[in-house]
Design a protein around this ligand. Structure first.
Ligand code: X2X
Length: 357
């Protein structure tokens, strides 16, 4: 074959490939090799499994065109867990699978979930995220240069400690508790007479091992992978507040995607969030989430009853009665006096109205 005809053949092959890949072919060259995802915890946490599911679904639904790599333990920010919204808005990180607690310093409306003893049940939480409150948070994110995609979950946060069962505010006195460095947490624990120590999650696990703190607060889905019972025997199931997880992209980068790619990513976020939320709630909401996992995702939980599992490992659970909770509500009133204004009266009223529906 002559040199000229070989060239012609190659040109033909190129144009055939372009015709074959269709409309997206025109964009293909613009996609990055890797889209960086930030997440504060590790891959073995339910929350981490949600991020992995998200990246797998995106790959599948975009025919391999979009490749998301999760960076665990806030490693893109050297562990500085409260920095994700700025980094994503700037475009230094593409996407976050992040807790509302970690984004609240930038989006104060998210502190609505951190008002102590305000939400308390999954039913209330769903009313907020699916209601006017959720819309208001998403629009606040849009104003900060973010594209919110879906609501996932970390969960209702429970108190653990190595000293004694905590049932009333008196039991909190002097307890050295690791909290996230978000101001509402520090103030709430001070208000209860505890000694809060703010620390990134990356340092917290070492602090538990070394006994630098007496306690911490996190949902069951975090207590399991860190095997908290090894350090803290006592667990108070007080559902005092909750952190949803939101999957969000940065607006500038998002605008570069053609609509069908945006659609595929959005669908993947929603589907992964449904899976992740069910993992976090499994065994804590009757058989509802266990059934979602089995029926929709063909997934069988390794730990279908997390409380029983932790008890068998040596944890002692304390459940708070209505009277005990009333004491905590009374003791944390000053937090509302200050924080409702900071979060916004408007969203506070919307949240109450959503829960009353
Ligand atoms: O830092 C925490 O406590 C954690 C892991 O729950 C969050 O990222 C909010």
């Amino acid at each position: 074959m002559k040199k000229g005809s070989l060239k012609a053949l190659a040109a033909l092959a190129v144009s055939a490939t372009m015709a074959f890949t269709g409309a997206t072919g025109a964009f293909a060259a613009k996609f990055k090799d890797e889209y960086k995802l930030t997440i504060n915890i590790g891959p073995t946490y339910y929350w981490g499994m949600g991020a992995i599911k998200f990246s797998e679904l995106v790959k599948e639904k975009t025919n391999g065109q979009i490749n998301i790599k999760p960076y665990f333990g806030s490693s893109l920010m050297k562990g500085a867990q409260l920095k994700s919204p700025q980094m994503v808005a700037m475009g230094a990180i593409d996407v976050a699978y992040e807790s509302t607690i970690n984004a609240a310093p930038v989006i104060p409306e998210m502190n609505i979930f951190s008002l102590p003893f305000f939400i308390n049940t999954y039913e209330n939480l769903d009313k907020l995220t699916e209601g006017e409150t959720g819309k208001m948070i998403f629009s606040a994110m849009e104003k900060k240069g973010l594209v919110p995609l879906a609501w996932a979950e970390n969960g209702f946060r429970q108190l653990t400690n190595s000293k004694h069962p905590v049932k009333t505010p008196e039991d909190m006195k002097g307890l050295r508790v690791r909290v996230v460095g978000s101001p509402i947490f520090i103030e709430t624990f001070r208000q209860l007479g505890a000694d809060p120590v703010n620390m990134n999650w990356g340092d917290a696990t070492t602090a538990f091992q070394q006994g630098v703190v007496d306690g911490q607060e996190n949902p069951v889905g975090v207590l399991l992978p860190v095997q908290i019972w090894q350090y803290h025997q006592y667990v108070s199931m007080w559902n005092y507040l909750v952190d949803p997880v939101i999957i969000y992209w940065g607006q500038k980068e998002w605008a570069k995607f053609p609509p069908e790619i945006q659609q595929a990513i959005r669908e993947s976020a929603v589907e992964s969030a449904r899976f992740e939320k069910a993992l976090c709630r499994a065994g804590l909401d009757g058989d509802k989430s266990l059934k979602i996992l089995k029926d929709e995702f063909n997934y069988v939980m390794e730990v279908p009853d997390p409380i029983k599992y932790m008890e068998e490992k040596g944890a002692t659970f304390t459940t708070l009665s209505k009277e005990d909770l009333a004491k905590f509500i009374e003791a944390t009133k000053p937090i509302y006096d200050k924080w409702v204004d900071e979060i916004g009266k408007d969203i506070y009223e919307k949240a109450k109205a959503d829960m009353a529906k």
